[in-house]
Each structure stands twice: as structure tokens, then as C-alpha cells.
Design a binder for this molecule. Structure first.
Ligand SMILES: [Zn+2]
Ligand SMILES: [Zn+2]
Length: 311
């Protein structure tokens, strides 16, 4: 073998080794790409959330608060000395065919003006919805809910979760489930119809901000097969590239169904606990099922794994 072909062979081995190593590291890290802090409706400060994720063995965590990016800087500053990679994210509220859909943006530029402008518009709608929700709850005998929910949100964005917390605390309902089932869920007594972003807008803002758009907890929307196929086609055509195959709200059967859709539509598979607070009501950070082996993980090709090793 001459020296030229030996050089070529060495070079090939180096590439294979580097690629293989990155793949191995990516496969063995613990990813949790869906979580909430008290910048939206979670209860932990962003810094506490990151520390908890670290103690649970999470290596790569996405903070994906509802329609706000306020917690990301604090989360990132806490993550760096811990050697945990913080993926800047968001969970955008979308209205599609009279349903509310959540679209996650991962690895977004938090200073992107199109995204910030879009999210500001959603927050204004949310403020209107909060007032309206309080009024409707009063009409059915639940007093002081607006003030109570705003108080629980500590001046940050107010979601239905805060209303549910208030109702449980005040003894109006037994638990969260009952609050949504009787009052806050779609079509229930106090439900307020709100026009959030369109699917195309949300995906467009995420792409504009250099991120990847992912459908959050897809099994929760209870769409029939035909409608869900239509939804996936439009999502994909708009530039969406991922789907949460693993979500704490998915059963094993739903995981397999979503893995099938991911394959059919060539969508990358994401994994997220949707952690909100450290009680039994929500899933724990990093404690999720394993992705089915035929799924292509959304983190394939991410540089994060390299950064974890260097930290
Ligand atoms: Zn959600
Ligand atoms: Zn969520």
C-alpha cells in the first residue's frame, strides 16, 4: 500500500471514529426537550428547574415556556457551570380547526424580532382571555378567580393552569382534572375561545428564529386519522420538522402510533416530560420512555453533545 492510500485510509477512519463517537454520545445522553418554569405556568424558578434537571441526570434540557422567552437567560446562566446544555425553546399556542395545538420551537434565537413580535401579540390575547375567564367563572359562582390566578402567576403570564390551581386551593374542585373537566377545558362552562397564532405563523416564527418546529404531545388532540393526516401534511408543508413521539401524556400504544407517523412523514422524533412542578401530578424531569429504535431523534447532528463533553 503506498503512502497516499494509507493517508486516505487513516483519514476515513478518523471520520468514521468522529462520527461514531458523536452518534454514541448523542445516543447515551439524557434529553428532556419540553419543560416549564414559572416564567409561564410551571412553579419552579428557571434556575431551580435547571438544578433539578441536573440532579435528575438530564444532560440536555429545553426550556419551553408558553409563549414567552423570559426564563431562558436565567436558565442558561445556571446551566453553564453545571455542564448541562440548555436548549432555548418556546411552546407556542396555535388555533387550528377550532382546536388549540401546541407547537414547540427548539434552538431558537431568543432575540429574533419576528418571533418576539409574534409572542407579544399572543401575550396580549392571553391577557384578554384571562379577564374573560375570570368573568365567566364568576357567573358560575367561582369568585375571585381572576385575582387569584394573577396572584399565583406572580406577575408573569397567566394560564388556565393558574386558574385550576386557584380553584383547587379554594376547594371549588377536588383536583386539576376536575377543574378542566368541569370548567376550563374546551367547550366547558368557563372556556374562552381565543384565536391564537395560525399553524403557518407559529412554524414561520420558529424557522425565522433559526429553530426547529415540533408538534407537542400530539396524542392529546384527539383528532381522527383523516384530520391528523391533514394536520401533519400542512405542518410539514409549513416547514415543521419534528413530532414529540415521547411525551409524559402518551401511552405505550400512542408512542408507537406517533413513531409510525414520524416515519411516514419523515419527521424527527422528540422527547419531553412537559414537567411543570415537582408533584405527582406532572411527570418528573428526564423520566421518560425510550424512543423506539426506528425513530430519527431530533438531536441527530446537534452540536450540544460536543459541548457537554467539553464542559
Ligand atoms: Zn402543551
Ligand atoms: Zn408544555
Amino acid at each position: 500500500m503506498n503512502s497516499e492510500s494509507l493517508k486516505m485510509l487513516r483519514w476515513r477512519y478518523a471520520i468514521i471514529l468522529r462520527f461514531g463517537l458523536r452518534l454514541y454520545i448523542n445516543m447515551t445522553l439524557c434529553y428532556d426537550l419540553h419543560s416549564h418554569s414559572n416564567a409561564s405556568d410551571g412553579v419552579l424558578e428557571p434556575a431551580e428547574l435547571v438544578k433539578r434537571a441536573h440532579s435528575m441526570g438530564v444532560n440536555v434540557l429545553a426550556l419551553t415556556d408558553h409563549d414567552v422567552l423570559d426564563g431562558i437567560e436565567e436558565a442558561r446562566n445556571t446551566a453553564i457551570p453545571l455542564g448541562l446544555v440548555l436548549v432555548p425553546g418556546v411552546e407556542i399556542s396555535v388555533s387550528w380547526r377550532r382546536r388549540v395545538i401546541h407547537v414547540i420551537g427548539l434552538n431558537i434565537d431568543v432575540e429574533n424580532s419576528a418571533l418576539l413580535q409574534g409572542l407579544t401579540g399572543l401575550c396580549e390575547k392571553r391577557q384578554w382571555r384571562t379577564i374573560e375567564l375570570g368573568k365567566r367563572l364568576e357567573k358560575v359562582g367561582i369568585m375571585g378567580a381572576h385575582k387569584g390566578a394573577v396572584g399565583l402567576s406572580k406577575g408573569r403570564i397567566v394560564s388556565r393552569t393558574h386558574f385550576a390551581r386557584y380553584m383547587v386551593d379554594q376547594g371549588y374542585v377536588r383536583d386539576f382534572k376536575a377543574a378542566f373537566k368541569r370548567y376550563l377545558g374546551q367547550g366547558k362552562k368557563a372556556y374562552v375561545d381565543c384565536e391564537w397564532a395560525t399553524l403557518e405563523e407559529a412554524v414561520g416564527w420558529i424557522i425565522d428564529a433559526g429553530g426547529q418546529a415540533v408538534i407537542a404531545h400530539p396524542a392529546r388532540y384527539k383528532m381522527g386519522r383523516g384530520l391528523f393526516n391533514e394536520f401533519l401534511s400542512i405542518f410539514k408543508a409549513s416547514g415543521g420538522c419534528g413530532i414529540e413521539v415521547i411525551s409524559s401524556s402518551h401511552s405505550q400504544q400512542e408512542i408507537m402510533t406517533m413513531a409510525g407517523y414520524a416515519q411516514q412523514y419523515e419527521l424527527l422524533a422528540s422527547v419531553g416530560s412537559d414537567f411543570h412542578e415537582p408533584t405527582g401530578r406532572w411527570a418528573e424531569l428526564g423520566r421518560m420512555a425510550v424512543l423506539p429504535s426506528h425513530c430519527v431523534p431530533i438531536w441527530q447532528g446537534w452540536e450540544q453533545a460536543q459541548r457537554v463533553r467539553r464542559a
